[in-house]
Design a protein around this ligand. Structure first.
Ligand code: UGA
Length: 445
């Protein structure tokens, strides 16, 4: 089938590439000429496992093309995906300006019947706005081209985006058009073998499903972080509690890992946007507000542990803290809303220096922080601990899992580790003569 995708960010690029991979003919449109030019040279602007070779192979095969020419893209696609960003507005609601700009462009150039698909995470009611925007442009041109707007939210995880896209656990399609549903069933047939993963519903339910999924996951994390804070104070170990509750299938093992708080481009933004939607419709989002408040506090928790260890924030002045992990989670270079940013800001505020290392996010860190005297961006985990007083682990990259504790003991002047993702067994760290602080591990208080 012929597909056009607007937006070559995480969602658009991965979706377009995976659709090309299964044999569809995909044109990706972006207003960023430099990005399009790079993609046409096979240079992928984001780090996502498996993506670059897949882009290059499908581009070489002629099934995946990149252009800034929206008109050509619209002429090509029988299905037109909107996969542009929806950044948060000042009040926390999702800013639809890019989505509606694409809708206007579609309305200006549409010549043949098409299915317009909202892939971006957009508030309930957006499909109606997209439909109205396209219709207004068509009316202004005095033409009548049939089109329908479908909600088909994406559930891919950064760091596993290609895998998630190639093997979706569900494909949510919100439409009141049986024809559109049929077309999308054909489009997704290659991803829908063995058992039917398509969950068809009305447009608004599909739009809300996306927010409900992310808000539920964020809730699990904040819940666990609150339990961790209780565990810390009552002298329990939340890692034991996690194992004690995860085996109950009604609770499950996923997303009950306590830590330094959730980050990324989705959870923080989507929880806020859903709360905003609730308020706009007269519903008091008590739980969502709590989920967000717990997370904001949790991002400061590693620093609190440091203050607890050193006796005061003042005592951190002049200290050099090694930070392992800057990305908001492993396998990505994305630092949006990352917990590391909160920790670094607090350390700098206290007058500490930071020596940081992340396997993928160093370029991003350089871009975000620029040159500063109190930050050294190191090219290895070992470099980051040279001359450091303490170590904070913020992102659970695999390569941080089994450090040489004897080396850490030799390098860290104050012999203390603040483990923001509970990567280590406290006993192993303490056996090496290093003080250990984890999240919710009261036994080490
Ligand atoms: C999330 C969802 O997992 C996807 O299903 C969804 O499609 C995506 O948002 C989206 O809306 O586009 P993502 O933001 O890439 O994906 O990352 P996650 O793997 O969900 O991690 C989010 C954050 O939660 C990370 O900072 C991670 O460290 C934290 N986390 C995760 C915890 O602190 N504890 C856990 O148990 C799990």
């Amino acid at each position: 089938m012929r597909v056009c995708i607007f937006g070559t960010g995480y969602v658009g690029l991965v979706t377009g590439t995976c659709l090309a991979e299964v044999g569809h003919h995909v044109v990706c449109v972006d207003v960023d000429a430099a990005k399009i030019e790079a993609l046409n040279r096979g240079v992928v602007p984001i780090y996502e496992p498996g993506l670059t070779p897949m882009v290059q192979a499908n581009h070489a095969a002629g099934r995946l093309r990149f252009t800034t020419d929206a008109e050509a893209g619209i002429a090509h696609g029988e299905v037109l995906f909107i996969a542009v960003g929806t950044p948060p507005d000042e009040d926390g609601s999702a800013d639809l300006k890019y989505v509606l700009a694409v809708a206007r462009t579609i309305g200006r150039h549409l010549q043949a019947p098409a299915i317009v698909v909202d892939k971006s995470t957009v508030p309930v009611g957006t499909a109606d706005q997209v439909r109205a925007t396209i219709a207004a442009e068509l009316a202004a041109r005095g033409v009548d081209v049939p089109f329908t707007v479908v909600s088909n939210p994406e559930f891919l995880k950064e760091g596993a985006a290609v895998e998630d896209c190639m093997r979706p656990d569900r494909i949510v399609i919100g439409t009141d058009s049986p024809e559109a549903l049929q077309t999308l069933r054909r489009l997704y047939a290659p991803f829908n073998r063995n058992h039917d993963r398509i969950v068809a519903m009305d447009v608004r339910s599909a739009e809300l499903t996306k927010y409900a999924a992310n808000a539920m996951l964020a809730t699990k994390i904040s819940f666990m972080n609150e339990i961790a804070n209780i565990a810390e104070q009552v002298g329990a170990d939340v890692e034991m509690v996690r194992q004690g509750i995860g085996s109950d299938p009604r609770i499950g093992w996923h997303f009950i890992y306590p830590g330094a708080g959730y980050g990324g481009s989705c959870f923080p933004k989507d929880v806020q946007a859903l709360a905003r939607t609730a308020q706009q419709h007269g519903v008091q989002p008590r739980l969502l507000a709590a989920v967000e408040a717990v997370n904001a506090a949790q991002k400061q928790h590693l620093f609190e542990l440091m203050v607890r260890h050193y006796g005061s924030a003042d005592a951190l002045r002049g200290k050099t803290i090694a930070v392992w992990g800057l990305a908001f989670k492993p396998n990505t270079d994305d630092m949006r809303e990352a917990s590391s940013r909160t920790l670094l800001a607090q350390l700098w505020q206290a007058g500490a220096r930071v020596q940081a290392y992340d396997p993928e996010a160093m370029g991003e860190a350089r871009r975000i922080f620029g040159e500063r005297a109190d930050l050294v961006l190191c090219d290895s985990a070992e470099r980051a601990i040279e001359g450091a007083d303490a170590l904070a682990v913020v992102t659970e990259w695999k390569q941080f899992r089994c450090p040489d504790f004897a080396l850490l003991r030799a390098r860290l002047a104050d012999a203390v580790i603040f483990d923001g993702r509970n990567l280590y067994a406290p006993a192993d760290v303490e056996a090496a003569g290093i003080a250990y602080y984890g999240i919710g591990r009261g036994r080490s208080l």
